[in-house]
Design a protein around this ligand. Structure first.
Ligand SMILES: [Zn+2]
Length: 127
């Protein structure tokens, strides 16, 4: 299953890199490096991350890249909130999940509350 996810991620990353190369022709010497990007990824991680942080594509590439690193380090599929294993089913659907289903739900719930103007009843002045 890990191999499958990893393969999918690499495929997606290359796809995104293609888009990025088209949109940013200035990184010329990068194009050659892209071929064995994944192998060199660990060594060039910091530099690459800096280079890549531009636009949504590069943000996605960064996420995919980090996920691949997690797979390689054997830390893939662990919830970053509660450190429990994320269900394989969930990972197949959303490989970049960093949260287990229940933590994600909590996060979504709290952000939904955050979006809404706070009801006057909630605010109680504490003296
Ligand atoms: Zn969790």
């Amino acid at each position: 299953m890990l191999e499958h996810v990893r393969g999918e991620l690499i495929r997606k990353m290359k796809e995104l890199q293609g888009t990025l190369n088209r949109t940013d022709v200035r990184i010329k010497d990068g194009s050659e490096r892209m071929a064995d990007f994944v192998d060199q990824a660990a060594a060039e991680h910091d530099r690459t991350v800096e280079l890549m942080i531009r636009g949504r594509e590069s943000e996605q590439i960064r996420e995919i890249h980090e996920t691949i690193l997690l797979i390689d380090q054997g830390r893939f599929g662990v919830c970053c909130q509660c450190c429990k294993a994320i269900s394989p089913k969930r990972l197949l659907l959303a490989p970049m999940s960093r949260l287990c289903a229940s933590c994600k739900q909590k996060l979504e719930l709290s952000s939904r509350i955050g979006d809404r103007p706070v009801d006057s009843g909630v605010y109680h002045h504490v003296n």
